[in-house]
Write a protein that binds this ligand. Structure first.
Ligand SMILES: [Zn+2]
Length: 235
């Protein structure tokens, strides 16, 4: 009976009840607002840090790229200055001598023919047994387009600037099969060497090694000469 009376009393003072609730709610609102302000500050500072980190990340990506390019150039230069074996040097001198004999004006036609056949014989041995095929020119295979039923596919091509051995293949080269990283490849775009490059290659064949190395060194700073890592040595 008593409790009912008390309840009735409370019901008769609605103003006081909601004033307490408003006070509680206002405090909760203040607390929440200040929490939002505090957390928003953290969000802004983290966002700023992310922007900063992203720009630092880009900077370091660029630095790594630059260093990798530099590494490639240094490694390419190292390949240029790698010693050749004495056997290679001796065999190439022999080849160059036969080439010079062929050009002599003071010999008979028969002697010139003999010099030519000695040159061919020597070149074959040199290509197969002595040349390290370190400096190559070539282009990559193209798998063809679906719109052409892959009829426009073509194989990779490589030619050795030292001994003129050349080879076409879709995947694994049999003769010019240096491990990736052990060869310098001038990668020509498209599917053929232009006349200038063909002539340049031919012209290098009978020049002293220094001329070939100078030729490569002069072009190594551009974007074309690269240590080729793209195709692996056949198993
Ligand atoms: Zn070669």
């Amino acid at each position: 009976m008593r409790s009912i009376l008390k309840e009735d009393r409370m019901k008769s003072m609605p103003g006081r009840h909601s004033a307490n609730q408003r006070k509680t709610l206002k405090m909760a609102l203040r607390t929440t607002k200040s929490k939002i302000r505090r957390d928003s500050r953290v969000v802004r500072s983290v966002e700023a840090a992310i922007v900063d980190l992203k720009s630092r990340l880009k900077l370091f990506h660029d630095k790594v790229n630059d260093s990798q390019n530099q590494q490639s150039r240094i490694e390419a230069n190292l390949l240029l200055f790698l010693d050749f074996s004495p056997e290679f040097t001796a065999k190439r001198s022999e080849l160059l001598k036969f080439a010079a004999d062929m050009e002599r004006k003071d010999i008979t036609v028969k002697e010139a023919e003999d010099a030519a056949s000695r040159y061919d014989e020597c070149q074959k041995v040199f290509q197969e047994e002595y040349c390290p095929h370190r400096f190559l020119v070539g282009y990559s295979a193209y798998e063809g387009s679906s719109s052409n039923d892959y009829d426009d596919a073509y194989p990779s091509y490589r030619a050795c600037a030292i001994c003129q051995t050349s080879e076409n293949d879709y995947k694994n080269f049999k003769l010019l099969n240096l491990a990736a990283g052990d060869r310098l490849l001038y990668r020509v775009s498209g599917r053929s060497l232009d006349k200038e490059m063909t002539d340049t290659l031919k012209n290098l064949a009978d020049k002293p090694m220094k001329v070939i190395i100078d030729f490569y060194q002069n072009t190594i700073a551009n974007d074309y000469w690269r240590i080729d890592r793209s195709e692996s040595k056949p198993a």
